[in-house]
Design a protein around this ligand. Structure first.
Ligand code: ATP
Ligand code: MG
Length: 217
């Protein structure tokens, strides 16, 4: 919208809108990039920050799966984002260390970018469903705009109960790609191709470092 006349100087203080996509990114895949692109376009974001969790607390117990080192996950996010306009790696969780909670991610980014910047936390529909079990979910929701993107197998935000911390999330339907990092790791372990699921440079990185193989080189 073009704004002219008496209001333009006031409204002209263009607020930047920064999308924040946190994740384990083990590995970053085309599903992540596609939801970030959908939100970037639909909500007219200035940029999207991809924030790898230092220690993803929700994957610490019971899964029996050892998360790849933060250095590998950072490198893959770098490779996947470096030629994409508006997409950036943020090491805010890696720099803080310890278990990574989104409430800390947003509060650190709020300090970094100030109050004139709108922060939009992008969550796949599965992550939105889990939100009540995250650390301080109501405070988290009060500090940023929650954006939910559809994911195959997960429900819509409008089906959430009234006391759910994600009840006010904006919804972007997105491309609904049936891609998950769990499936990618299983495919590599089984010697199957992951072409089309991750970017070519990420695929080459996985191969070069022997990630996800049953018999690491
Ligand atoms: P894993 O299988 O290891 O849990 P993942 O594919 O779910 O990996 P994460 O790093 O856990 O990837 O996800 C980070 C964020 O991206 C979460 O909010 C998740 O809901 C979202 N996300 C990941 N893949 C998709 C997808 N295909 N469609 C929609 N959202 C997705
Ligand atoms: Mg996941």
């Amino acid at each position: 919208m073009e704004l002219t006349g008496a209001n333009s100087s006031r409204v002209g203080r263009i607020r930047s809108r920064i999308g924040v996509l946190g994740g384990t990114f083990d590995p970053i895949h085309n599903g992540h990039l596609a939801i970030a692109a959908a939100v970037f376009n639909v909500l007219e974001l200035t940029s999207v920050l991809f924030v790898p969790a230092a220690r993803p607390w929700m994957k610490e117990s019971g899964s029996g799966y050892g998360v790849s080192s933060i250095d590998h996950r950072i490198e893959m996010v770098k490779l996947a984002t470096e030629r994409r306009e508006g997409f950036y790696l943020s090491t805010v969780d890696a720099d803080r260390g310890g278990s990574s909670y989104s409430v800390d991610t947003i509060s650190d980014l709020r300090e970094e970018y100030g109050h004139a910047t709108e922060l939009l936390l992008i969550l796949g529909a599965d992550a939105l469903e889990e939100l009540p079990r995250w650390r301080e979910p109501e405070r988290l929701a009060s500090m940023c705009t929650l954006v939910c993107v559809g994911r195959p197998g997960s429900g819509l935000p409008e089906d959430l109960p009234a006391d759910h911390p994600g009840r006010d999330a904006q919804f972007v339907s997105g491309p609904m790609l049936p891609i998950s990092a769990t499936d990618i790791r299983a495919r590599v372990a089984a010697g199957m191709s992951i072409e089309g699921l991750v970017g070519a440079s990420v695929g080459a990185y996985i191969e070069r470092h022997g990630l996800y193989r049953r018999d690491p080189a």
